[in-house]
Unconditional design. Structure first.
Length: 73
C-alpha cells in the first residue's frame, strides 16, 4: 500500500495546481537543488502528455531535463 506522505503529497499538490507530469518532475528537481525557475517549469508544458501527441509520457522527457539540471550542479 502506498503511503500518502512526503513526495506523494508534493506530487498531488502540484498536480492540483494544474502542473503536468513533465512540469512536476522538473519543479521537484529544482526544489531539491535549492533553485527556482518558474520560466523553465512553464516551458516544460510543451512536453506534457508526450508533447500532446499521445506518445512517450512527459515524465520521461521531463526526467531527462531534470537529470541535465543535476549534471550542471
Amino acid at each position: 500500500m502506498i503511503q500518502l506522505d512526503g513526495p506523494y503529497l508534493d506530487i498531488l499538490a502540484l498536480r492540483h495546481e494544474g502542473l503536468c507530469c513533465s512540469q512536476i518532475v522538473v519543479k521537484l528537481a529544482l526544489r531539491d537543488l535549492g533553485r527556482d525557475n518558474p520560466d523553465m517549469v512553464r516551458a516544460m508544458a510543451a512536453l506534457c502528455f508526450g508533447g500532446y501527441t499521445g506518445g512517450v509520457c512527459g515524465i520521461l522527457t521531463g526526467a531527462a531535463c531534470a537529470l541535465s539540471l543535476c549534471l550542471e550542479s
